[in-house]
Each structure stands twice: as structure tokens, then as C-alpha cells.
Write a protein that binds this ligand. Structure first.
Ligand SMILES: [Zn+2]
Length: 266
């Protein structure tokens, strides 16, 4: 396919600091670069991995670091965490995430998740940094908090979007970008396909969430890889009925807009 030679891609959410990547991260990044992926937004999940995120970014200029507390680790929001995060964000090339709400799990408690999420959003708005948001089974609260706190002008991304088409519309009205990954490669994922179809061209992003969420049909235990981003874009192009190269370039432009403040050349 002609697009394979010419398209460029931007992975807007992954976790390259994950220990499972450390034996061969440089090789994986090289393969991804050869597959046309030019940038990788690497998201922290808890205070203990922030240093590792920054180290990966220092070693690989194509990696753009974000720091945050994933809702699964919201119980780590101990006194001073937000000040420590703000301190790190004195570097203007660092974004916020992964943060958000996950009500599919019982712990950490919702109140704790919501207060940590509000902290991220306030900081992102104050500093005008992009923010990468995780949301499962918490759509109404996510939208309510976004209305109350506002979103950073730089851009607020709901990563691995798993909501309904109706929620996709509402999220865009509030100003969110929506990012889709390799879950689109599952032909039975009709919910994601329906949501993808209502996303405006200028709100659409792609990601891998590597090493998690590998493409459909991967054998159990297979790590997802940033090079698989093109599979997500190709699957999305089939759903939207447009040329994969055209879709890749639309999403690439959107990615550059959201993350431009974090790019080394900015
Ligand atoms: Zn993630």
C-alpha cells in the first residue's frame, strides 16, 4: 500500500517506561520510527515512575513526557503530591497524564479519584499543558468535572476512548480530543466504531497505550508495540471509509497541534 511508504504517525499515549519494555526499548523505538511513527507521548502513572518517564524522554528526543497519577493509583495522592508534580512541570516540555476516573473498579474510592483528577486539570489549565485522560464507566462525572474546572487550551485528550457515540459528541462539544487505539482492530468492537464515526476530523487522535491493549488476535501475553499504531489507523480508515493516508495526515496534524508545546523544536 502506497501509504506505508509515505504516512507519518504520532503515538499520543503509551508507557515506554514500563519495565516490560526495558530489555529492548531502543530496538522497538527504532522499528517504530522505521514504521513512520515520529513521536511518542509517554505517560506516567504514579510518582514512582515519573523519573523513568523523564529518563526515557532524555534518552530519546522523539519521546514526549507526561506525568500524572493514573486513577488506579489515586490512593498515592499523598500530601504535597500536586506541589511535587507542579515542581516537575517547571519544564515546559512536560504534559499532564495519565489521570482521570475509573469507576469500573471499587478502589480507590471515587472521591479520591475525583480530587486527584481535579488537581491535574487545574494544573493543566494554569500552565496550559496538554492532559491525557483515562475514563471508564465514569462519563457523567468526567463531563461534570470538566465543565466545572475547564480544560487547558493546549488540549485535553480522552485516551482509548470507550464511550458511546452520544458521549463522543458531548465530549467534543466540551472541547475534548478523542484518541483511539488498536481496540479498533477487533471487528466486533462495534461501540468503538460507532463512536469513531462521529468524531470530527479536527478532534481525532491515535495511540497505542503500549505495552497494553495489543491488536486483536495477538497471543496472550504479547506486548503492544508503538509500531502497531499504523494498524489502529488502518482499522479506523476502514470504519470511516476513507483513505488511510489521508486519515493519518489529519490525525498527525491534530497531534502536532495538541503537543506542539512539548516538541523539542517548539
Ligand atoms: Zn495508559
Amino acid at each position: 500500500m502506497a501509504s506505508e511508504e509515505t504516512s507519518v504517525f504520532f503515538d499520543t499515549h503509551c508507557h515506554l517506561q514500563d519495565v516490560r519494555f526495558q530489555p529492548d526499548l531502543a530496538v522497538r523505538l527504532l522499528q517504530a520510527r522505521e514504521a513512520g511513527i515520529t513521536n511518542f507521548v509517554c505517560c506516567g502513572t504514579q510518582e514512582s515512575d515519573w523519573d523513568a518517564v523523564l529518563e526515557v524522554a532524555m534518552a530519546h528526543p522523539a519521546v514526549l513526557p507526561m506525568l500524572g497519577l493514573h486513577p488506579w493509583f489515586a490512593y498515592q495522592a499523598r500530601p504535597g503530591w500536586l506541589e511535587r508534580l507542579a515542581e516537575r512541570l517547571q519544564n515546559p516540555c512536560i504534559g499532564l497524564g495519565e489521570c482521570g476516573l475509573d469507576f469500573a473498579i471499587e478502589e480507590p474510592q471515587r472521591e479520591l479519584q475525583e480530587s486527584a483528577f481535579r488537581g491535574h486539570l487545574r494544573l493543566a489549565c494554569d500552565l496550559n499543558r496538554p492532559v491525557s485522560i483515562h475514563c471508564r464507566h465514569a462519563w457523567e462525572r468526567l463531563m461534570a468535572i470538566a465543565r466545572e474546572e475547564g480544560l487547558p487550551k493546549a488540549g485535553a485528550v480522552i485516551h482509548a476512548f470507550s464511550g458511546s457515540a452520544e458521549m463522543a459528541r458531548e465530549a467534543q462539544t466540551l472541547g475534548f480530543y478523542l484518541a483511539f487505539g488498536c481496540s479498533l482492530t477487533n471487528p466486533n468492537n462495534h461501540r468503538a466504531a460507532k463512536a469513531l464515526k462521529v468524531v470530527a476530523e479536527d478532534r481525532l487522535l491515535f495511540e497505542t497505550d503500549a505495552p497494553d491493549m495489543p491488536p486483536y488476535g495477538s497471543t496472550q501475553g504479547t506486548l503492544n508495540d508503538p509500531a502497531n499504531l499504523r494498524l489502529a489507523v488502518e482499522a479506523a480508515s476502514r470504519v470511516r471509509g476513507i483513505d488511510p493516508e489521508a486519515l493519518a495526515s489529519v490525525a498527525y496534524r491534530n497531534s502536532c497541534r495538541v503537543f506542539r508545546g512539548m516538541l523539542p523544536t517548539a
